[in-house]
Design a protein around this ligand. Structure first.
Ligand code: F6R
Length: 365
């Protein structure tokens, strides 16, 4: 079943262009409208949503952090994101016009399930994004959206994460249509950019060897730091989580703006710092972060946009991604970080599909 790949994780990373093609085809109709045929929630109900609360865990929580940015940008709905394990115990304020969204690849995560049941007890509408439509979370929600990533076998979530982002982007556009926030032409322009994603991901995967070199060079590092801002702050968190769970190298992700408030003290010549710095609205701020790392002799591993010369000049290593609108960059920048985690595990002799102490679905607290 792994085909030409040594591990499910690598196979699933490389499946992402096809997963994207499948989702794009399913979500966009010929008339340029977004569709979610499996979602049993009427436009009437959706039109009355005044606030969104997202509850999820681990990688799905990182997806929720990006989802918040999409829901706020495109649907103009105030959105909060909570870790499921916190949400369920803090008696969250959730009123009638609040919609609670659960995000779960497996659809079986105990804390996320408890969170949506808590939301239902408060009479909130519950929509979940799941990769398993026969799961408990799908069944116990008012409606669900199928992530359509296909079965994810590797313990580390990869294609389900990008499928979560893409489906939430489509859902935010769907909501913006219902609420008359974006015009048809504007949505068309966004669709055009979304259609380009599979080929862009392919161009990243074709250069996987470059990331393997990074892994080889830093195999001995004790810690890694990941820095990103705005749409790529969640990418920094996700890059760090992926690396630690698969390669057992300690890693932390931070928002670039938080760097000066503590983490900068960690920088010396031994620490690799992965700086996620594509050309976006916050590019200059990320360049400042890179200069701060450089001044303290940290090793800079940069993810930047094709054609950029400033970041490659400052960095010890750089990997470029194709240019894309700001809000689509997290769908591209995370791919090299998935590869970094995978190759770091391989180079260190770890088994990526069965990381120690971890299970694919966490059905107990
Ligand atoms: C990390 C990973 C976990 C899961 C988390 C939630 O690679 O896979 O952090 O994301 O256990 O799982 P789901 O999405 O199934 O609720």
């Amino acid at each position: 079943e792994k085909g030409p790949y040594d591990h499910f994780m690598l196979k699933e990373i490389f499946e992402q262009p096809d997963v994207f093609r499948r989702i794009i085809e399913a979500r966009m109709d010929e008339k340029g409208k977004v569709r979610f045929p499996e979602m049993e929630m009427s436009n009437d109900v959706l039109g009355r949503v005044g606030r969104i609360l997202i509850t999820s865990a681990g990688t799905s929580w990182h997806a929720g952090l990006v989802g918040k940015l999409y829901f706020e940008k495109f649907a103009r709905i105030a959105t909060d994101v909570d870790l499921s394990s916190e949400f369920r115990y803090r008696n969250p304020i959730a009123e009638g016009d609040t919609m609670v969204i659960g995000i779960s690849q497996s659809g079986e995560t105990a804390d996320t399930l408890a969170g949506i049941l808590e939301a239902k007890s408060k009479f909130c509408r519950v929509l979940s994004f799941v990769n398993r439509v026969d799961s408990t979370i799908a069944r116990d929600s008012d409606a669900f959206i199928n992530l359509m990533a296909g079965p994810e076998i590797g313990v580390a979530s990869t294609k389900a994460y990008t499928a979560q982002l893409l489906n939430m982007l489509f859902f935010s556009l769907y909501m913006s249509g219902i609420r008359w926030i974006t015009q048809k032409e504007e949505r068309e322009a966004i669709f055009e950019e979304i259609r380009k994603l599979p080929v862009k991901i392919e161009s990243i995967l074709a250069r996987a060897e470059e990331i393997r070199h990074w892994a080889r060079e830093y195999i001995g590092a004790r810690d890694f730091i990941f820095l990103g801002r705005y749409y790529n702050h969640p990418t920094a968190l996700e890059g760090a989580l992926k690396l630690k769970e698969i390669s057992y190298i300690h890693a932390s992700g931070y928002a670039g703006g938080e760097f000066k408030h503590g983490p900068i003290a960690l920088i010396d010549e031994n620490i690799p710092v992965v700086c996620i710095a594509p050309k976006t609205e916050v590019y200059d701020k990320m360049v400042s972060n890179i200069q701060e790392v450089k001044a303290r002799k940290g090793k800079i591993l940069a993810i930047c946009t094709e054609g950029d010369t400033m970041v490659p000049d400052l960095a010890d290593h750089y990997f470029h991604i194709p240019a894309a609108p700001d809000f689509l960059t997290p769908l591209l920048t995370v791919i090299p970080l998935q590869l970094l985690a995978y190759y770091a595990a391989i180079e260190r002799g770890c088994e990526p599909d069965q990381p120690r102490n971890l299970a694919k679905s966490v059905t107990v607290e």
